[in-house]
Structures are given as C-alpha cells and as structure tokens.
Write a protein that binds this ligand. Structure first.
Ligand code: FAD
Ligand code: DHB
Length: 394
C-alpha cells in the first residue's frame, strides 16, 4: 500500500491532521489501536482556546461546535472564603469555548468518514521504519488480522503519551524533561445542571477542586486526590461531600445529581525534543504532556497539527523543507509557555501533601495578586485564552 502521510493515532491530533491535509489535497491514512466507539466515548478535556475554535471553523468542522459550544468570558478563582472573577473578555478581548474533546473527536471522525478518508480502527502491532529515508514505512496488523505495510512520504506520530512513535527517535538524539506531581485528579460527569455560569477553580486546604460543565444539563467536576488513589475509595456520597466542602460559599449552592462516570487521572509535566526526526513528526501528547489545570493539552495538540499540516504541504507539494525544518522549534516555544502556565496554575491551586503552612500563604498571596492587579490578571487571562507573542514596543 502507498499513501502520502501515515498518521498513527485517531485522537484529536491525528484526526485533525488528516482533515487539514485532505483540504490541501494530500492523502493520508489514520491507524488506531482502539475502536471507534472507544475513541468517541473517552472523557477528557473540555475547554477550547479561541484559536482552536478558529482552526476548526476555518476547516469547516465547527457546525455543531458553533451550535452547542458554550462561550465563556472568564473564570472564577475561589480562595480564603471568596470567589473572584477573572474577566478574559475585558482583559484580552478573547474568550474560550466549553466543548468536550469527545465531541471534537466525534465531529472529526464523522467528517473524515463522510469525505471517504482512510481510518482503520482496532489495529495492532504498529511499527514505523526507515524514517530517515524519503520513503518511511508504516506497518500494522489490521482488525482482520492481516499484516499491512504502507509506504509513505512522511509519518505523523499522533499516538499519545503511551504510543510507539516517540521511541523511534534514537535516545541519544532526544532530550526529555519530566516531572510528576504528588496528587491526581478525580473527575466526575454528573447529570445535573451546572451550579455556576463560569468555571470555578477552588483553592482549599483540603485540596483543589474544579467545577466545569459539558452542557446546560451536564456538570463536570474534579477533586485533587492522592496520586495512588483507588477509585473504589470514592463512593458517590464521599465525592459530593468533598465537593461541597471545597466549594462552600455563603449564599451559593452546589447542586448534586447522579454520577454518570468517574475516573482518576495522574498528573505530569513532560516535554521531549526534538519533535521531528527525518520524515517522522511527533504531535500532541506523543511529544508533550501538561497537568490539566489550565486546560492546555487538547489545545496544544490542535496547534501542533495546524503547524504540521502547513509544513507537510510545503514539503510534499512544493518540495520546500523550510517549514518542516522549523516545525519542532516553533511548536516547542508554544509548548514551553503552556508547560510553564500549567505548572504555575497547578502549584498555585493544589496543596502539596506534607508542605508547611508557608506554601498556603504564598499561594493565597499569588491568588490575591492575580485577582487585584490588572497586569497579573492579564497575564493569567492571555495564557488561558491562548498566548500569542507580539513584538514589544521600542
Ligand atoms: P490522544 O488523545 O492520546 O490520542 C492518541 C491516540 O493514539 C489514541 O486514540 C490512542 O489509542 C492511539 N494510539 C496509541 N498508541 C498507538 C499505536 N501504537 N498505534 C496506533 N494508535 C495508537 N487535557 C485538558 O486540557 N483537560 C483535561 O481535563 C484533560 N483530561 C485528561 C484525562 C486523561 C485520562 C488523559 C489521558 C488526558 C487528559 N487531558 C486533558 C489531555 C488531553 O486530553 C490530551 O492532551 C489530548 O487528548 C491530546 O490529543 P492527542 O491526539 O495528542 O493524543
Ligand atoms: C476542564 C478540564 C480542565 O483541565 C480545565 O482546566 C478546565 C475544564 C474540563 O474538563 O471541562
């Protein structure tokens, strides 16, 4: 078999890349170990930066997003018994949109299938080979058990943190920066209307809590828990009691409802450089992971492939390697900004087990600062809605 771009992984990165390439007349195949149903049901991120919304709109993928997405002009930061609003619209002129990653994935799969794009689900034993040649090879075993070999012009490793593509870059050419956190997030999807008009990020001595949403009928809530926590230790009543405690505010009520789904997500910061080796390009979680506080993971994945689609188009259609050569460096600048922002939001809002009371005082001082100084609030806001560098005057 032969195609122009072999794409490993049908997450948001791989699916959007195949769509953007098709719009530019470039053929690809997407191969995915999981089933379509699994990819469409996986509960993950929920916040799209304005730039991500624009990319999806420009690609003709935003029909349902424009109808069902919920535009948010800010967030609340809650600490020391107060809830303060950070107004993104006022501070940056931009907003974010709450639209679940599962919905983005459903829309992307539907668009690829409708366009007759090649996506194979339920494959196994993926291999990439000859990636430093002009004809890299993608091998896998199809759902029918037949081993296949695809000759490509380039391969995109969009196979997430646990994928195989990053390991195809020789270890001595790769630099990795990694750090874990001494806590995890327990997330629930609840069948109850959101109790708030904007997301609430709550600092509490018992640990961080986040109130997000999925629709006017569905709430999404998260709690800081120990990193090695078992979900069995958290029956629904205990989850609601802890959420009630961490969000408590006089005159405000957290509405409870049936827990439709729950799970625990570990947290880490991870960056691997370079994101390109020969004709193998990494994008999204395959190259970098951020802790979820700040909602950057999905947005970084979409930004990487937007850049990659342009780079592959000039490489494969015009024979120009300029954008492909710049791909890793350009992406990593944005990745490091988001890595710092996510780490900063995380360490400002979570309580470190065993840390003394100094940590809490420093966090409270920082929270008071970002909610009282326009300069500090603008810094948070411009990172949250998606930082775009601008030349400094003078
Ligand atoms: P993925 O979505 O991971 O897609 C990679 C795909 O590759 C998967 O479908 C996988 O099955 C497939 N694959 C893996 N190996 C192979 C192989 N060998 N061959 C073929 N296919 C393969 N971000 C936030 O901003 N907020 C959140 O609340 C949040 N929650 C998260 C919860 C969890 C449990 C996880 C794992 C991530 C969460 N994230 C969150 C991060 C965000 O969801 C990711 O950044 C985003 O999914 C990245 O997209 P991606 O396409 O790069 O990778
Ligand atoms: C959601 C996840 C995040 O990590 C975040 O910072 C905000 C919202 C969400 O799943 O809705």
């Amino acid at each position: 078999m032969r195609t122009q771009v072999g794409i490993v992984g049908a997450g948001p990165a791989g699916l959007l890349l195949s769509h953007l390439l098709a719009l530019r007349g470039i053929e690809s195949i997407v191969v995915e170990t999981r089933s379509r149903e699994y990819c469409e049901a996986r509960q993950r991120a929920g916040v799209l930066e304005s730039g991500s919304v624009q990319v999806l709109r420009d690609a003709g993928l935003a029909e349902r997003l424009d109808r069902e997405g919920l535009e948010h002009g800010g967030i609340y930061l809650q600490f020391a018994g107060e809830r303060r609003h950070v107004d993104f619209r006022d501070l940056t002129g931009r907003t974010v949109t709450v639209y679940a990653q599962t919905e983005v994935v459903k829309d992307l799969i539907a668009a690829r299938v409708a366009a007759g794009g090649a996506i194979e689900f339920g494959i196994s034993d993926t291999e990439v080979d000859a990636v430093t040649s002009d004809k890299p090879i993608l091998r896998y075993t199809g759902a029918d058990g037949v081993r296949r070999e695809v000759s490509c012009d380039a391969i995109a490793g969009c196979d997430g943190f646990h994928g195989i593509c990053r390991a195809a870059i020789p270890a001595d050419l790769q630099t990795v920066w990694e750090s874990g956190y001494p806590y995890a997030w327990l997330g629930i999807l609840a069948g109850v209307p959101p109790s708030t008009d904007e997301l609430i990020y709550a600092h509490h001595q018992a640990g961080f809590a986040l109130h997000s949403l999925r629709s006017p009928e569905l709430s999404r809530l998260y709690l800081q828990v120990p990193p090695d926590e078992e979900i069995a230790a958290w029956p629904d009543e205990r989850i609601w009691a802890e959420l009630q405690r961490r969000f408590a505010l006089p005159g405000w009520e957290l509405k409870e409802g049936p827990v439709l789904e729950k799970g625990i997500t570990p947290m880490r910061s991870f960056v691997s450089s370079p994101m390109r080796y020969g004709r193998l390009f990494l994008a999204g979680d395959a190259a970098h992971i951020v802790p979820p506080t700040g909602a950057k993971g999905l947005n970084l994945a979409l930004a990487d492939v937007t850049m990659l689609a342009g780079a592959l188009t000039s490489l494969l259609r015009q024979g120009s390697a300029k954008l492909a050569d710049a791909y890793s460096g350009t992406c990593l600048e944005r990745v490091w900004r988001a890595t710092h922002f996510s780490w900063w939001m995380t360490t400002m809002l979570h309580s470190t087990p065993g840390a003394g009371s100094l940590e809490a005082q420093l966090q409270l001082s920082q929270l008071r600062y970002v909610t009282s100084s326009r300069a500090a609030a603008t810094s948070l806001a411009e990172n949250y809605v998606g930082y775009r560098p601008v030349p400094m005057p003078g």
